[in-house]
Design a protein around this ligand. Structure first.
Ligand code: ADP
Ligand code: ZN
Ligand code: ZN
Length: 651
């Protein structure tokens, strides 16, 4: 039995601490222990054992209690944690903690009920294209490949059969989905196909249920793991395959430290384990598209819609010529759909009634008093609300700056569109599906049941209607406003808009051969809208990659973003300046320091936000400069520093 144990804690101090182990206590690598730390008692992870220590006896404290009878981490997972800590600038113990499904809280949308039958438990006979793709994937025990095909092209069936073949080799599988809640269909398909050898990790399990799933995986009782991004850390034995479904989704990137990307971690794990990595999407991330273009990962095309149905025609409507939220063209199409016995889905990525308040006399705008973002008017609640910090207040009837009564709201949200639809079509029933309407227990199920049963003519909603939902009765899909994300000062805005419009459009025409899509926009001539309307996927990526290369943005450069936030604005500014200077001093040739500058959302919840962005073509330049600068940089009191390598957003 070892006399000393090294323990890593979930604190931002990147080192392990040595503790004495009482004779008679059994401590193993990978278990959690409780130990005195300063004046507190903390739970930490045992990462190593030793018979002796260089630490002076007097400074060594004793482990109080061993929490786990069996280790929670195997050697592979512990070494992965070391890599995560180094790659994403966090402490070893923070990485271990984030890897456990119980580690950090993640908020998730309520689960969508199944809309149509999930694929059955028996494999389908593959089409020629599917079979060829599958043969390529199975032609080697490892390798990174990409299933590139529109919604309904049968990617899921290929994922399932590749998983089956990998299991037959005696190797384990991790099947990643962007969000368990929005992908019930795929999750059910996997569990139906593989039964009790599956472990599903989702946020609605209790912590002890999550740990028990984790232990089943560790013991090898479950060798197929389905889950959202953190499932990439599952201690699957003898890993043979990682599936990354909807690879382009932003949810694969963690929103708090360690800000890992499941795709990067998957690449690392698959390389280490000599396992296959199979990604798939209709709209790959620019990163993956470039890798395919350059032949660094193999692209496997699926070009046919297997469930029948052609790609729908997409019609673009210029909203500059229109008054309300529903254009004349869209209104006509909704009427036609109804007359033909069909239904309409309307998509708008914006909750609330209106989001832009302006005074006609002095030009004042209404922004949150804690955040530099406009407040949204929620008519149902009768309040103006901040979507960033939750602040709310009664709506002003006069200008808060000058008292003028000449004030008005512009810009429409889902509540406003709901009202417009009800007014335009008194004979149609409309249901709204967004975070507000789905907040009540069971509301979501009722709305979807009603829509599926045909009791509702128009289903209007946010992301929730854009993904995962397939209703046979839908004849028309309307994108109420394609530009919502296009105007953001973010280099991925075009990519996001393209993917969203393409995904929403994919919802139409799956079941009705005459499905239609109408996209409303204030920027009908913007290349993004034109490429999406023409289903010109290749054209979009060619143009987007050319623009990124021209501007020196990812995937042609690597970024590390450092955000300084503080209630004390001057300190945040000072810290960002001092850091930028330190980074400039350490930056190797070819690494640029951009900023400091105020973040596009310069204040959230009363915190001023400043950012410095490091950019280099060489993947390591920016990272090295950040590491060196941080090591010599004293973080001022009351300033929080967040380091985000390869940020997905610069907001
Ligand atoms: P994707 O994952 O690419 O969006 P899906 O997996 O949803 O595509 O497949 C679309 C539909 O095609 C599903 O209803 C599925 O059952 C069906 N399908 C998939 N492969 C086949 C096949 N080989 N033969 C017949 N139908 C198939
Ligand atoms: Zn005013
Ligand atoms: Zn706010």
């Amino acid at each position: 039995m070892s006399a000393y144990a090294q323990v890593a804690f979930d604190i931002p101090v990147d080192r392990v601490f040595t503790y004495r182990v009482d004779p008679g206590t059994e401590v193993r690598v990978g278990v959690r222990v409780e130990a005195p730390f300063g004046r507190r008692e903390l739970t930490g992870f045992v990462t190593g054992l030793a018979d002796s220590t260089d630490v002076p006896e007097a400074g060594v404290k004793t482990i109080r209690r061993v929490v786990d009878a069996e280790p929670l981490f195997d050697e592979g997972t512990i070494s992965l944690a070391r890599w995560v800590a180094g790659m994403y600038f966090c402490a070893f113990g923070e990485a271990l903690s984030a890897m456990l499904p119980t580690g950090r809280r993640e908020i998730e949308a309520p689960a969508l009920p199944l809309d149509d039958e999930p694929p059955g438990s028996t494999p389908l006979e593959l089409s020629d294209e599917q079979r060829k793709a599958m043969e390529r994937v199975l032609s080697a025990p490892d390798g990174t490949r990409y299933l590139f095909g529109m919604t309904g092209s049968g990617k899921t069936e290929v994922f399932l059969q590749v998983a089956e073949a990998t299991l037959a080799e005696g190797r384990g599988v991790i099947y990643l989905v962007p969000e368990i809640a929005l992908t019930r269909q795929v999750t059910e398909a996997v569990t139906r196909r593989f039964g009790s050898r599956c472990a599903i990790i989702h946020s609605r399990l209790t912590p002890s249920q999550k740990l028990s799933e984790w232990r089943r995986i560790l013991r090898g009782e479950a060798d197929v793991v389905v889950g959202a991004r953190s499932a990439i850390f599952a201690p699957v034995r003898n890993l043979g395959l990682v599936v990354l479904d909807e690879e382009h989704e932003g949810t694969y990137k963690a929103g708090s430290s360690p800000r890992y990307h499941a795709r990067q971690v998957a690449m690392r794990r698959c390389t280490e384990a000599k396992a296959r990595l199979l990604m798939g999407s209709a709209t790959p991330s620019a990163e993956s598209f470039l890798l395919m273009r350059d032949g660094r990962i193999e692209r496997l095309d699926l070009t046919k819609r297997l469930a029948g149905g052609k790609l729908p025609e997409i019609e673009v409507v210029d909203m500059k010529q229109e008054g309300g939220a529903i254009s004349r063209r869209l209104a006509e199409a909704m009427r036609a759909a109804k007359d033909a016995g069909g239904q309409t889905v309307l998509f708008l990525n914006r909750r609330g009634f209106s989001f832009f308040f302006r005074c006609g006399s002095c030009g004042a705008e209404l922004t949150c008093r804690h955040c530099s973002v406009p407040l949204t008017f929620h008519k149902e609640r009768g309040r103006v609300v901040c979507h960033y910090c939750g602040y709310s207040a009664p709506p002003p009837s006069a200008c808060p700056e000058c008292g003028s009564l000449d004030v008005g709201w512009a810009g429409f949200g889902t509540e406003r569109v709901e009202e417009d639809v009800a007014r335009l079509f008194p004979d149609m029933t409309v249901a709204r599906l967004d975070a507000d309407s789905a907040a009540k227990r069971g509301a979501l199920e009722t709305i979807l049941d009603d829509f599926r049963a045909g009791r509702v003519d128009v289903l209007l909603g946010t992301q929730m209607v854009a993904k995962g939902l397939n209703f046979p009765g839908v004849k028309l899909v309307g994108v109420v406003l394609a530009d919502t994300s296009l105007n953001l000062p973010d280099f991925r805005a075009a990519e996001r808009t393209f993917s969203l419009v393409t995904q929403v459009a994919g919802r139409a025409g799956r079941f009705t051969p005459d499905g239609r899509v109408i996209v409303q926009t204030f920027r009908p001539r913007s290349p993004v809208v034109r490429f999406a309307a023409a289903h010109d996927i290749e054209g979009f990526y060619a143009s987007e990659l050319a623009a990124r290369e021209e501007l020196g943005f990812p995937p042609f450069a690597r970024l590390v973003r450092i955000v300084f936030r503080s209630k004390d604005g001057a300190r945040a500014v000072e810290a960002s300046k001092a850091f930028a200077e330190a980074a400039a001093a350490f930056a190797p040739a070819g690494t640029e320091v951009l900023g400091p500058a105020e973040c596009p959302i310069g204040m959230v919840a009363g915190n001023t936000r400043m950012q410095v962005v490091l950019r280099s073509v060489d993947p390591n330049g920016a990272r090295t400069a950040v590491r060196d600068a941080i090591a010599r940089f004293l973080v001022p009191a009351n300033v929080h520093v967040e380091i985000d390598p390869d940020p997905v957003s610069l907001m």
